[in-house]
Design a protein around this ligand. Structure first.
Ligand code: ADP
Ligand code: ADP
Length: 223
């Protein structure tokens, strides 16, 4: 069955409905692209699936459990131990060198510095960042920063990676390379991916695309 599933999920912010009965299932290892206009509810859906937000109604199932019914402490543990996140901007710790930024999730999970360093260095190499281990985030280009963010999201071998417009701040060529490396690395590590993007070329990297419109999920209509 699916690793993650939203069923009839609704969520409002005050009077504003962001989700109105959204349904979505993510298969193990699947790379799912989520498209749709600005304000349609994509980020809210991602936040509900990842246990960041609790829906007003409906169900979110992860690995056979009702994620939406878990207390915040348990959801926070899941986010740390089983999920990885890549956002549009600013997720790196500016004071820390690139290598330490990528080691951080492993150190928080209790790994030794030595093994954390090895895993982080291997992933940086895979993301074509060798030689930049000692730089600070402020000394990187946008595409390099996002690749470091991808490395950090994957280093603890999450089961699901959530990416919200990870290439939104990049020019299109740079963005395409980041997407390609994100998807390739996630596949290599066996992680499923929920990827919010406006980039129509993501079709060539994703297994499936859905569109969010007015708070509901619909299959992509052929152009
Ligand atoms: P998308 O990611 O597709 O742009 P969002 O999920 O961010 O859409 O937003 C869906 C709707 O919910 C929008 O009308 C947005 O303004 C509103 N919204 C999202 N998050 C909040 C929030 N924290 N507080 C108030 N309104 C919000
Ligand atoms: P996106 O680029 O994914 O559409 P937004 O820029 O709409 O994201 O939103 C970025 C963050 O701000 C999200 O976490 C979202 O929940 C929150 N947000 C969106 N709309 C509002 C709003 N009207 N009021 C408060 N927070 C919002």
């Amino acid at each position: 069955g699916p690793v993650l599933r939203a069923e009839n999920v609704s969520k409002s912010f005050g009077p504003t409905p962001a989700l109105r009965g959204a349904d979505l299932a993510l298969a193990a290892g699947e790379v799912l692209a989520v498209m749709g206009p600005s304000g349609s509810g994509k980020s809210t859906l991602l936040h509900c699936l990842a246990g960041i937000l609790r829906p007003d109604s409906g169900e979110v199932w992860y690995d056979g459990h009702r994620l939406d019914q878990l207390p915040e402490s348990a959801r926070s543990r899941l986010r740390r131990d089983e999920f990885g996140f890549v956002f549009q901007f600013g997720q790196l710790v500016p004071e820390l060198p690139v290598l330490d930024n990528v080691m951080l999730p492993l150190l928080l999970a209790g790994q030794s510095r030595r093994s954390a360093r090895e895993s982080a260095a291997a992933l940086l190499d895979q993301l074509e960042l060798s030689g930049l281990e000692g730089r600070r985030p402020g000394e990187l280009s946008g595409g390099q920063s996002q690749r470091v963010a991808v490395a950090r999201a994957l280093v603890a071998r999450p089961r699901v990676v959530f990416a919200d417009e990870p290439t939104g701040s990049l020019d299109s060529l740079t963005g395409e390379r980041v997407l390609e490396l994100l998807v390739d690395s996630a596949r290599e590590h066996g992680a499923s991916v929920v990827l919010i993007t406006h980039d129509a070329r993501v079709a060539s990297y994703a297994d499936r695309e859905v569109v969010v419109r007015d708070g509901r999920v619909t299959a992509l209509e052929p152009a």
